[in-house]
Write a protein that binds this ligand. Structure first.
Ligand code: ATP
Length: 606
């Protein structure tokens, strides 16, 4: 076989900052522009205002727009535009005090409660719950009465009352993050608690806190205007709430006086709400999905890439006729849209597997094994695009079918065993439910029949006490048992093709051997084709008949296991075998096992 020249690795996918992603949302940008104008107006009010906002001119009382007063005059004879511009200052100043108070009190308390838990969490959560049950407006009126209507104190009080919003968000995020393995890693490497809180935890909460702050600012502005409308605050300081109060009293005869501050207030609150919701969208979806146009471009570029098929076929990539294959993949390409074009992660991969055959797809981390398999299953992550000359399952072309039709193959024609047993079982449901539910939904079995089939299949995969396991939750069984459960789920529907993605990586050595043996037994018993993805040539040696070696998204070599071990044609394959089987004793055993007189015999070697 001729070695395929290796391409350079795929271009790294650039991470786009939150700010830049925000600027791609038209609604968010419009809201930000409105808010920026309000801020600019507030800062530049002394220069922009045509008149002193407190200057009284009785001739201007209830004046309609015109005569140098674009928005007219209020009931006391003051220029409405000037008061509106200065009112923006009061409004934003109040919102700023409230938001700062929320952040300063709520975020550290939430992070500490989530990280330390126990008494800290209980006390902080109790205070937060107590604050939430307080009637905000009444407390503000009492504080206004007690402090001589001090505006700053009122806004700080409002911040204290709204701080539970920030607290809850920071606590929830901290609770999730503090269980992450990288936090444990930081702890064991001697990083101080203060540093972990400052770096990892605050970094994790900052995005949702920004969202919450934008929403809180809107709420604070609304409540502040409500207080001013009720007459709280100094009459000497222009504010939108006071202006609304003035307009409200003359609403029927001079409606414009009420209209201007209402528009200013409405626009500012709406802008903050849209900024908040756009940020919330961006924070919850960290990876931006390419638009339909970019996706179509990726598809075109992948399709236009030169085909690797003729050489691959010539070198024995396909050894079965289409009709005789359980799985056949021809010239598969997978790409992701990047800012500079397309990052191609699978580049013209072709292989096939016959019923009853075990095919290993082997390669180092990042070589494209999982992307290849996920393309077959139509489970590529959002943003990934697969293009192929053909994908056949059981002799039927499925690559051009709709996503719904592809999904219908899973659990019926194709079974799938994932890499991480624990994370693939839902902790909220008992094992029995998780096994029986797909049998009922996909195969239409009755509840009792599905449960019986689930029990039978658990027995078949070697679970000693199936009745206990059926009732158990995932955290009550070991990793090895969980993998057996997933294998049971994958074969329960009697698929003709079983795909296993690194099924032993998360298990210890003894359990690995048992799981491989089980897969081999089931594959023989049900006559399935088994496609097993692995980075380990030891696994290939254990159970595979043929192997596809991948690197940088391409097939570098393919052939029967015996031949590949004896005479790897590509230096990369030799290197990979050496890295996996560096124990001389093991190698000797393999050599012996694959001697012409060995168990599998010369006949199987091609
Ligand atoms: N969502 C994604 N967006 C962009 N590139 C991706 C994405 N997922 C995977 N890739 C890239 O695709 C390439 C192949 O990844 P793949 O997961 O198939 O590797 P692998 O051979 O299965 O390795 P491993 O065993 O470590 O999972 C890698 O370079 C990876 O960075």
């Amino acid at each position: 076989m001729t070695a395929v020249p290796l391409p350079v690795g795929p271009a790294p996918v650039k991470r786009v900052s939150l700010g830049r992603r925000f600027l791609r949302r038209p609604l968010g940008v419009a809201a930000l522009a409105v808010f920026a104008i309000v801020v600019a107006v507030a800062v530049l009010a002394p220069w922009l205002a045509p008149f002193d906002p407190d200057h009284l001119d009785f001739a201007l009382s209830h004046a309609t727009p015109g005569n140098g007063h674009p928005l007219g005059g209020d009931s006391a004879g003051r220029d409405i535009l000037s008061r509106l511009l200065f009112g923006a200052r009061t409004t934003l100043y109040g919102a700023l005090i409230t938001c700062l108070t929320c952040v300063v009190l709520g975020v550290p308390a939430g992070v500490a409660a989530g990280y330390f838990g126990g008494v800290t969490d209980r006390i902080a959560s109790w205070i937060s719950d107590a604050l939430q049950s307080v009637p905000v407006m009444i407390v503000l009126l009492v504080v206004a009465a007690g402090t001589g209507q001090n505006f700053a104190v009122l806004m700080v009080t409002l911040g204290v009352l709204l701080a539970p919003g920030h607290y809850r968000i920071a606590r929830a995020r901290a609770l999730t993050v503090c269980r992450e393995p990288y936090i444990d890693a930081a702890r064991v490497s001697g990083v101080t608690t203060l540093r972990i809180l400052r770096t990892h935890m605050l970094r994790a909460v900052y995005a949702p806190v920004i969202v919450q702050t934008a929403l809180t600012a809107g709420i604070a502005i609304g409540l502040q205007a409500g207080l001013q409308f009720l007459g709280v605050g100094s009459a000497a300081t222009p504010s939108w709430g006071q202006m609304m109060n003035d307009g409200f009293q003359t609403m029927l005869s001079y409606p414009l006086i009420l209209l201007w501050p209402s528009i200013a207030l409405g626009l500012t609150i709406a802008a903050l709400a849209f900024i908040g919701s756009t940020l919330a969208d961006l924070v919850s979806v960290r990876v931006e999905l390419p638009t339909a146009r970019r996706r179509a471009r990726v598809r075109r570029e992948l399709a236009a890439a030169p085909s690797a098929l003729p050489e691959a076929v010539a070198s024995g990539t396909h050894v079965h006729e289409v009709a005789d294959s359980a799985l056949r993949v021809e010239n598969l390409r997978v790409g992701y849209a990047t800012r500079d074009g397309v990052s191609e992660v699978v580049r013209g991969v072709s292989f096939d597997a016959a019923p009853g055959e075990v095919l290993g797809i082997v390669g180092e981390s990042g070589s494209g094994k999982t992307q290849t398999i996920f393309s077959v299953l139509d489970l590529l992550p959002a943003g990934g695009t697969a293009v192929a000359d053909g994908i056949w399952v059981g002799g039927q072309e499925v690559g051009k079918r709709s996503p719904k039709e592809r999904a219908a193959l899973l659990g019926r024609a194709i079974g799938y065993v994932p890499q991480e047993p624990m994370t693939n079982l839902d902790p909220s449901y008992a094992i029995g439910h998780q096994l029986a539910e797909p049998l009922r939904r996909v195969h239409g079995l009755s509840k009792a029949a599905a449960r019986q089939r689930a029990r039978d299949v658990l027995v078949r995969v070697g679970i000693q006490d199936p009745d206990r396991v059926l009732k158990a939750y995932p955290h009550q069984i070991s990793g090895g048992m969980a993998q057996r459960v997933l294998i049971a789920g994958a074969v329960a529907g009697r698929p003709s093709l079983l795909v296993a993605d690194e099924p032993t990586t998360a298990l210890d050595v003894t359990v690995q051997a048992e799981v491989l043996e089980l897969l081999r037994e089931l594959q023989r018993e049900y006559g399935m084709a088994l496609v097993i993805v692995t980075h380990d040539f030891g696994v290939v040696a254990d159970i595979c008949d043929r192997v596809v070696v991948m690197k940088d998204g391409r097939v570098v070599e393919t052939g029967p296991v015996e031949r590949i071990f004896r005479r790897p044609e590509d230096p990369y394959t030799a290197e990979l075998i050496g890295a996996s089987l560096d124990d001389a004793a093991c190698r000797d055993e393999l050599d012996e096992a694959w001697s012409p007189a060995g168990a599998r015999g010369e006949e199987a070697a091609r």
